[in-house]
Every structure is written in C-alpha cells, then in structure tokens.
Design a protein around this ligand. Structure first.
Ligand code: ADP
Ligand code: MG
Length: 253
C-alpha cells in the first residue's frame, strides 16, 4: 500500500490527509490523521461514538477548519488559505445521518436545486440529469413526490441522488443508515454498493460492520481521534492487531 509520503503518480489519490489535527476548545479531536483515498475506492471509518469520524468527514469537506496538517483533493491542497472553499465543496457530495430534504419541495426540485443555483446548470439539463439518476437508481416514479410521501429509506436514497446531481468527484457519507428502521437499511446500503460498482469514490462513517467488511477497500478504525488501525477489511476485521480494535469489534460485531 502506498503511504502519504510516496511520490505523486498519475493515479493521484482523490483525497489525501497528512498529519491533520483538529481541536475544539482545548480538546484534541483529530490527532495526526493521515488518510489516502484512491480513485474508485471505498474507505470505511469505524470506531466508537465520539472517536472523530464525523469531524474527519467535515474537515475533508472544509466544514471545519483544521489546526494543523494539510488536505488535498485530486492533488490540489484545499487547506491552502488561497483556495476557493466553495469551489472545493462543489466537487464533494455529502450525505448526513438525518435526511435533509426540503419538505416543501418535490424530489425533482430537491435534486435540481444545487445544480441550478450553485452550478449554473439550466433547468432543462438539471431535470434531465435528475430523472436519469432517479431512473437508474430505482426511484423513477418518485420525481414529483414530496418527501413526506416517501419512506425513510427512499428519502435517504433521494438524498444520495441529490448529492450525486452535482457530479461530485468524492462522496462523503456520514452514518447514512443510523436513523433508519432496520428494515429500511438494506435498500440504502444496496444503493451505495451500486455506486461503488459504478466507480464512485467514497468515504463513509458507519456502524454497519458487515457492510463495511463487504464493500470497503480500506477500513480505518478511529479511537480518540487517532487512526489506530487501518488496512483491508480482511485484515482489520479478520486479524486486528490492536487490543482496542479487538475490544471494539467484540462489542459491535
Ligand atoms: P463520531 O462521529 O465518531 O461520533 P465526532 O467527530 O462527532 O465523533 O466527535 C468527536 C469529538 O469531537 C467528540 O468528543 C465530540 O464531542 C467533539 N465535537 C464534535 N463536534 C464538536 C463541536 N462542534 N464543538 C465541540 N466539540 C465537538
Ligand atoms: Mg458521527
């Protein structure tokens, strides 16, 4: 596996973090975090509540300012103060735990809002792309529905479609199934698996260990803001080296 210090190649990581440190008040929430996400791969962040998974994702999207270290998106240092942060965020799709659809807008309007308002895409083009995405992702009949007429699983799938509508280079998914009834989790995870098969690069924080094992190329176990252990799912789940990882996995698997 390449390390953050390896020379740049044509296959530059989509996301790279080097020695990232993040504090809130006096407390260190991310400590010396290195991360490399290769194109078309899935990275799963696992770890107890409060271990820093969401903060890591928020730092990657520049929603939080880091205290030290650096972050690159497709080779460009996005933590450089001269960078246009809005332009960076436009290249990253984000989906959070709770569905964030606008309740007073149809599915189609929810999906086309950012492409039209932020990316300057025409209504016709935005709607055509949205309908194509909905069709492809099994939500073809829902374009004109309002969010409250959809199940939680469908709402979260629409939230993913909305994130995809701006053609992001990277998708960040933060516990996107955590608020769902168990019977609705499967359809959302199935959608993520489909996106992986299409080559989407993703970093996801999850408590679904079976899913992480199944879909991830790289698993990072966070503990107290440190990436304590990382590797292939086979390695981290099958042969955890750290006692803390073993203890965490015993508790959740
Ligand atoms: P996880 O997503 O793994 O549950 P978080 O990244 O949400 O962990 O939180 C990591 C730590 O940072 C926790 O101790 C949390 O209380 C703290 N934290 C997160 N966001 C803030 C904030 N905006 N202000 C202060 N502390 C925060
Ligand atoms: Mg979190």
């Amino acid at each position: 596996m390449s390390t953050p210090d390896s020379p740049p190649s044509g296959d530059a990581p989509v996301l790279r973090m080097k020695s990232v440190r993040k504090t809130f008040g006096g407390s260190v929430v991310l400590r010396d975090v290195d991360l490399e996400v290769a194109p078309h791969t899935v990275t799963a962040l696992i770890g107890a509540s409060g271990s820093g998974k969401s903060t890591l994702l928020r730092c990657a999207n520049l929603l939080e300012e880091i205290d030290d270290g650096a972050i690159w998106l497709e080779g460009e240092e996005i933590t450089d103060p001269r960078v246009d942060q809005d332009a960076v965020r436009r290249r990253i799709g984000v989906v959070f735990q709770a569905y964030n659809l606008f309740p007073h807008m149809t599915v189609l309007d929810n999906i086309t809002l950012a492409p039209r308002r932020v990316h300057g895409v025409s209504r016709g083009e935005a709607e055509a792309h949205a309908r194509e995405l909905l069709e492809r992702l099994g939500l073809g009949g829902k374009a004109d529905a309002y969010p409250d007429r959809l199940s939680g699983g469908q709402q979260q799938r629409v939230a993913i479609v909305r994130a995809l509508a701006v053609r992001p280079r990277l998708l960040l998914l933060d516990e996107i199934t955590a608020a769902l009834d168990p019977e609705l989790v499967g359809e959302v995870l199935e959608m993520v698996r489909g996106l992986k098969d299409e080559g989407m690069t993703m970093v996801l924080a999850t408590h679904e260990m079976g899913f992480a094992r199944d879909v991830a190329d790289q698993v990072c176990f966070l503990d107290g803001g440190v990436v304590l252990e990382r590797g292939s799912p086979e390695r981290v789940f099958g042969d955890p080296r750290q006692e803390r990882t073993r203890r965490f996995l015993r508790r959740v698997v």
